[in-house]
Write a protein that binds this ligand. Structure first.
Ligand SMILES: [Zn+2]
Length: 95
């Protein structure tokens, strides 16, 4: 079972997995807030990657001092392959 999103705190953990992206009913109480509900795995992965890139871009925009270390980490992980930076150091989405 591929878990696309996992969030947790001291009260427990919530996951977006095949129960969400393969759902055939309209009810959704997933941590993705419906982004991946019933979309199928391929579209759900694309949605999650896009949301991750956008979150990363917003975070780097607020913390530009970490952009190099964040960029090298996400590049190694390969999940945010489309994230790159312009010559002023601003994150850009190449997809
Ligand atoms: Zn979900």
């Amino acid at each position: 079972m591929a878990v696309l999103i996992r969030v947790g705190n001291s009260e427990g953990e919530r996951r977006c997995d095949e129960r969400c992206y393969n759902a055939t009913t309209s009810h959704c109480d997933c941590c993705c807030n419906g982004m991946n509900h019933g979309k199928g795995r391929q579209q759900a992965e694309a949605n999650t990657a896009k949301a991750g890139r956008e979150m990363l871009q917003r975070w780097i925009g607020k913390h530009p001092e970490f952009k190099e270390s964040v960029f090298s980490t996400v590049t190694q992980l390969g999940f945010f392959d489309s994230v790159s930076f312009d010559d002023r150091g601003n994150p850009i989405d190449t997809k």
